[in-house]
Design a protein around this ligand. Structure first.
Ligand SMILES: Cc1cc2nc3c(=O)[nH]c(=O)nc-3n(C[C@H](O)[C@H](O)[C@H](O)COP(=O)(O)OP(=O)(O)OC[C@H]3O[C@@H](n4cnc5c(N)ncnc54)[C@H](O)[C@@H]3O)c2cc1C
Ligand code: SF4
Length: 834
């Protein structure tokens, strides 16, 4: 039996073994793996999860008995130090030799550490292995400040990790922008401002010249003479291939290192292959996992003499969520193609930047950048890669909507060869064939049988879209499950939580989910639990959005805003004075919002409980401006003062706002009440709006302003106040129970089969016979109302959260303010806030 030795046991090595066994079975080749690390292969892509979970088991690519089951000998903690290609042997660091017929080098890479004076000092780390993370975690326990050198993908991920370790974090980047290889200046600015709003400081154009200190680092010095007071440095400046075995074996290297390979991943010795980050194809080293997986499959096919495709290079497009900010970069992202025309869209308020580059003849999409909203990424990537026709107004590509359709090109228009999952090499044709030939009606089953979406996960939304579109085309109903960890729709989970009385995320995951959860299901379940039980959102500690975590909206520079409820926009002079007193005492910037209340900006984390105690003493309640819940019910002055007013719109708005305050929903909710058809409260731009008529009120639903404004639609006309409340109870509860996470009512209505007519049947005509149940459910939520801030300030455990440092009450020293029109504003944002 031929013997294969694999050197290195990283993700690509594992994939190679998996493919080899799938192709040739477990008794055709003897396989021995030598891995330098003490663990079997683990998921390096999700390494940062180790900071929160601190569990190696959860990261493992396969359980340790997998190797035994596959008849593979795994030798961990074994470094191969040389190769003898004549004898076909390898030598271990313990002096043992082993014979191979084929050798596969999957030695990966190591972090590049720039030659900076003092870089060897204690307190300087790299970020690549579980051991690195263990060291960082342990060192961080005794310090307050940490910096990351490198503003690329990994650097930003490392900075988030430092923040999670309760350190004051800075990112230092040599280039004038973040992620210089993927983003242009505007994209970098958007990302920078979003990241800085979380409290991570970004220093661009900084050439680090020295790590200060004696044995232990004590700060950084830069070439421009400036210094940074920090106690730890994590270096994330790129990678270098682990090609040190090349010399002993006489193997050629690429121009920038790495074992030089041909299209079958063979080195210049045909019995020695190299894959993953160790391989240099056309002098290129791919620092992503998908090309490595592709290489692993091709090498396994070639060794086993299977007709194989060849490696021709890989696309470096990326989509990921960086510290909660979505970032995508694809094709010719920076518009380097001669004659390319850039089209961009920027919404500074929402932190969104989109840019596409089209060809000079305006027929093709060349590439682009998405920051803040990557929902169009999958389709744009496919349009680029398959040279699909673009619409006559190409800007529609970034201004339109998603959901299986992207402006002229539906997802099923993609050619069958379009590669959807690059990790597992699954095309659109493979997915459609599997759905048709195996009668698949379940997304999880599709994932299991094709492998699509089981790698880095970036293609998951597109796999879901193809699945839905294909089933729809075949006339079948589509179940849209929440995410790979829950094989249930949001609506099904809603029912399960309610019927089974589930109160925590972990309970739900244990009983109905699998894995550890993700950024999609954690906040979605937090919102469901809050919607159903109207319980304290602060209790859902590990799964909340940042804003929910501190019951306040985080703002530029890392300070918070405070918004007390002002029902209907009516406020007494005493309360106005109370707000003024608090704002003055805590030096807060005050602004009247579009929802008719007063927002106080610039609050320090440590001050939030004190501010709220004073506001609550003055009779205020939480305004839930931070939550996915009812914001305001705006009212015009109505018949009390206005000569045109038909009814008392203010009293009615107050009644409605008090009724639904605090109720959690799939997205934020806004309402409005106008005293006549002149519509001064803009009720038709709200999720629900009432406009007074001679005979009562017209009730409008599902409107919103924002990036895609939509007028509300008439649900019922000339109804009295009591009936309107009944319909509102039913409408809101139906929305809460059936909408997908983060869908505003307008989006929900657009997706509802039958649209407003169907909604009217359900709410007004009670066609499903659930009207009473919806009213009862709403009543239960209303009865469970509590002011979250009132409870929080009386809960000692929760109050501990409101401190910037774990071991001191000091303010965050990086938060700086300057003055503007006699109030304060965040310092250092001048160029962005112009
Ligand atoms: C924090 C982090 C986040 C990342 N995020 C992403 C992402 O979002 N998307 C993405 O596509 N990629 C990401 N990557 C990159 C991705 O992890 C790598 O592309 C991938 O792991 C490369 O796999 P590999 O098997 O080639 O190398 P490695 O994972 O480096 O494995 C090589 C193994 O070989 C061992 N070895 C080396 N030399 C020897 C020897 N002589 N003898 C024995 N053993 C040896 C090494 O110790 C190592 O265990 C990330 C990387 C990190 C560190
Ligand atoms: S909507 Fe009508 S009632 Fe209300 S303020 Fe305007 S004009 Fe007056």
């Amino acid at each position: 039996m031929k013997r294969i030795i694999v050197v290195g046991n990283g993700m690509v090595s594992h994939k190679f073994c998996l493919k080899l066994r799938t192709i040739a079975g477990s008794d055709t080749y003897e396989v021995v793996i030598y891995g330098e690390e003490t663990w079997p292969a683990y998921d390096r892509v999700h390494l940062s999860e180790y900071f929160t979970e601190q569990s190696v088991d959860k990261l493992l690519m396969a359980p340790s008995d997998w190797y035994q089951d596959q008849n593979i000998t795994l030798k961990t903690g074994q470094l191969i130090i040389s190769i003898d290609p004549q004898q076909r042997t390898v030598l271990t660091h313990e002096g043992k030799t082993d014979h191979y017929d084929y050798l596969v080098l999957a030695t990966g890479s190591r972090p590049f550490v720039p030659k900076i004076d003092g870089v060897e000092k204690r307190g300087v780390f790299v970020y690549r292995t579980i051991e690195d993370l263990d060291q960082i975690i342990s060192y961080a326990k005794n310090i307050k400040r940490g910096a990351v050198l490198g503003g690329g993908l990994l650097g930003l991920e490392a900075a988030k990790a430092l923040l999670d370790l309760n350190l004051d974090a800075q990112v230092i980047e040599f280039a004038p922008r973040l992620m210089p290889r993927q983003l242009d200046e505007a994209g970098s600015n958007t990302l920078k401002s979003e990241i800085e709003s979380l409290g991570i400081e970004i220093l661009l154009n900084k050439n680090t010249s020295k790590v200060a200190g004696t044995d232990q680092m004590a700060g950084l010095e830069f070439a421009d003479g400036s210094q940074l007071d920090t106690e730890m440095l994590v270096i994330s400046c790129g990678i270098i291939s682990r090609d040190e075995l090349a010399e002993s074996a006489g193997l050629e290297k690429g121009a920038r290192g790495g074992f030089k390979v041909n299209e079958y991943l063979q080195t210049n010795d045909p019995n020695i292959y190299a894959v993953g980050e160790a391989a240099a194809f056309n002098d290129m080293i791919y620092g992503l996992v998908a090309p490595g997986y592709d290489m692993a499959e091709i090498a396994a096919n070639h060794i086993t003499d299977q007709a194989s495709k060849t490696f021709t290079g890989a696309d470096m497009s990326t989509k990921l969520k960086l510290i909660g900010v979505e970032v995508g970069s694809f094709g010719d992202a920076l518009g380097d193609t001669p004659g390319s025309i850039p089209i961009s869209f920027e919404d500074k308020n929402s932190g969104i930047y989109k840019r596409i580059n089209i060809s000079s003849d305006k027929k093709h999409l060349l590439g682009g950048i998405l920051v803040g909203d990557t929902s169009d990424y999958g389709m744009l990537l496919q349009i680029t890669q398959n040279s699909m026709a673009i619409p006559p107004n190409p800007e529609d590509l970034i201004l339109g909507t998603r959901g299986g359709q992207a402006n002229g090109n539906t997802i099923l228009d993609l050619p069958d060869t379009a590669q959807i999952c690059s990790c597992e090499n699954v095309s659109k044709g493979d997915l459609v064939d599997a759905i048709k030939s195996q009668n698949i009606t379940d997304l999880k089953e599709l994932r299991n049988c094709t492998g699509a979406g089981t790698g880095c996960g970036a293609c998951s939304p597109m796999v879901g879209d193809i699945f839905s579109a294909q089933l729809k085309e075949m006339g079948q109903t589509v179940r849209k499950t929440l995410c790979p960890h829950f094989d249930y729709t949001r609506q099904e989970l809603y029912s399960l939580i309610k019927v089974k009385g589930i109160k925590t995320y972990n309970e739900l995951l244990d009983q109905y989910g699998e894995g550890d959860g993700c950024e999609t299901c954690k906040p979605a379940v937090a919102s469901l639990l809050a919607s159903i039980w109207n319980d304290k959102i602060l209790k859902q500690e590990t799964i909340q959005d940042t804003n929910d975590r501190f019951l306040a909206n985080i703002q530029k520079g890392g300070s918070y805003s405070v918004v007390p409820r002002v029902p209907g926009g009516e406020i007494t002079p005493e309360k106005l004075i109370a707000i003024g007193t608090v704002a003055k005492k805590y030096d807060l910037y005050t602004k009247i919002t579009g929802g008719q209340r007063i927002d106080m900006f610039g609050a320090r984390l440590n001050d939030l409980p004190k501010i709220w105690r004073e506001l609550i003493d003055a009779g205020f309640e939480s305004g839930h401006a931070y939550g996915k819940s009812l914001r305001t019910v705006k009212s015009c002055v109505g018949s009390t003062w206005c000569r045109y007013g038909l009814h008392d719109s203010v009293s009615y708005a107050i009644e409605i706002e008090d009724r639904y305050k605090g109720i959690r929903s799939p997205h934020k909710l806004k309402g409005g009440v106008s005293g006549c058809r002149r519509e001064c409260a803009e009720a038709q731009a709200k999720d629900f709006g009432l406009i007074a008529t001679e005979l009562g009120y017209n009730l409008y639903v599902c409107g919103n302003g924002g990036a895609n404004p939509q007028h509300a639609k008439l649900l019922a006309g000339d109804i009295d106040e009591k009936t309107a409340i009944k319909y509102l109870d039913r409408f809101l509860m139906f929305y809460i129970q059936t909408a997908e996470p983060l869908n505003r009512t307008a989006v929900w209505l657009n997706k509802l089969d039958g649209g407003i007519d169907y909604l009217r049947e359900v709410v007004v005509e009670d066609s499903l016979g659930i009207g009473e149940d919806l009213e009862k459910d709403m009543q239960a939520l209303i009865a469970a109302y509590h002011c979250e801030w009132k409870e929080a300030i009386n809960d000692e455990k929760m109050m501990k959260r409101f401190s910037h440092f774990a071991n001191s009450d000091d303010y965050d020293p990086t938060q700086q303010f300057s003055s503007m029109r006699e109030m304060k504003k965040p310092a250092g944002w001048e160029s962005i806030s112009k």
